[in-house]
Design a protein. Structure first.
Length: 337
């Protein structure tokens, strides 16, 4: 009995120490993409191009981390466009260029995010509605607030927000530091705390977690609230990065947010999440967009490439390739009469 326990302990230790497959795959793919960009489209990896790409990659990474938390609970949040757009509108329209009103505007944006997260958590976690339907409804409500606050017309961001979110420190865009800080917080909370382990256990098997006494509905609600807070942070940064943001700028982050989660190796069925892999996938997808842009590819084709990346991620991590190989190996060649 003691030997069996020791073997199980060693197995768990090896599992924790092993490098996730998703991290290896997406990291190798990202390195290969940068090498390909250097060889075929050097302008896409120039200093100016990287300084223009990295802020938006940072925003996508933060949005992707928020989506990852929801996906870990077996759901999906389609209210990203409205959440990001509402944060942009609040921190740009409410101050209207006045730096002294920026902090109250940020608090207002955070309150909107918490409210949206609670609505999603109530609909999905408490009432048991399908996450796609529930979050689409929340997205409509958020865009109603966007139109109510902005009237559909953009406002120039404040100088203070532009200097913080859109500035550069030590040659690195400030938004990258925000993304790294967000990654550290999410990774530590998920992987190094008891609540994080309970969170992942709940997403992996809600029924077993319920039997074990874990508060499944609370964990699901928390996922949507934390996701909305990260979407809000991404919107605030985007408002500072863009000199004059539009009221619908969050629309372009829905498909990429799902793609980076899948490319990072997080299962759409819930369970264990991979924050670092998700951030690397955001860098990969942003550079891919930069690469095809340098080649002069139309925008429609760039959207198709994002969809193809999502499909490739689903294929790589969900298809049982061993079973596929075994099936083909069992096929006998046709006998010649």
């Amino acid at each position: 009995m003691q030997d069996a326990t020791m073997r199980d302990s060693k197995a768990v230790t090896r599992s924790r120490m092993s490098v996730p497959k998703g991290f290896v795959t997406v990291t190798v793919s990202t390195i290969a993409l940068f090498l390909l960009s250097t060889a075929i489209a050097p302008s896409s990896v120039s200093q100016g191009a990287l300084l223009g790409m990295l802020p938006f990659a940072a925003v996508l990474a933060i949005v992707g981390l928020g989506q990852m938390l929801v996906v870990q609970q077996g759901g999906i949040d389609l209210s990203i466009p409205g959440a990001v757009s509402l944060a942009i509108v609040v921190v740009s329209r409410v101050p209207n260029g006045d730096d002294s009103v920026l902090v109250p505007a940020i608090f207002l944006a955070v309150l909107f995010a918490i409210a949206a997260g609670l609505v999603n958590g109530l609909l999905v976690g408490r009432l048991g509605l399908n996450s796609i339907i529930a979050t689409l409804g929340t997205n409509a409500l958020l865009f109603g607030a966007v139109l109510g606050i902005s009237g559909g017309s953009p406002r120039r961001t404040t100088d203070l927000l532009a200097s913080i979110a859109g500035g550069v420190s030590a040659g690195i865009p400030n938004s990258v530091f925000f993304a790294i800080g967000t990654l550290v917080v999410v990774a530590l909370l998920l992987k190094r705390t008891a609540s994080g382990r309970r969170f992942e256990a709940t997403g992996a098997n809600p029924n077993t977690a319920l039997v074990a006494g874990l508060r499944v509905k609370l964990q699901q609600t928390a996922a949507y609230v934390w996701a909305q807070l990260l979407f809000c942070l991404a919107g605030i940064l985007l408002a500072g990065i863009t000199a004059q943001p539009t009221a619908f700028q969050g629309n372009s982050y829905l498909l990429p947010a799902v793609a980076v989660v899948v490319l990072g190796g997080t299962s759409l069925l819930g369970g264990r999440g991979f924050p670092i892999s998700t951030v690397v996938a955001a860098l990969f997808l942003s550079q891919l967009d930069q690469f095809v842009l340098a080649l002069g590819v139309p925008y429609a084709v760039r959207t198709l490439l994002q969809a193809a990346a999502l499909a490739a991620g689903v294929a790589v991590y969900t298809i049982d390739w061993a079973a596929v190989r075994q099936r083909f190996s069992r096929r006998q060649p046709a006998q010649v009469a």
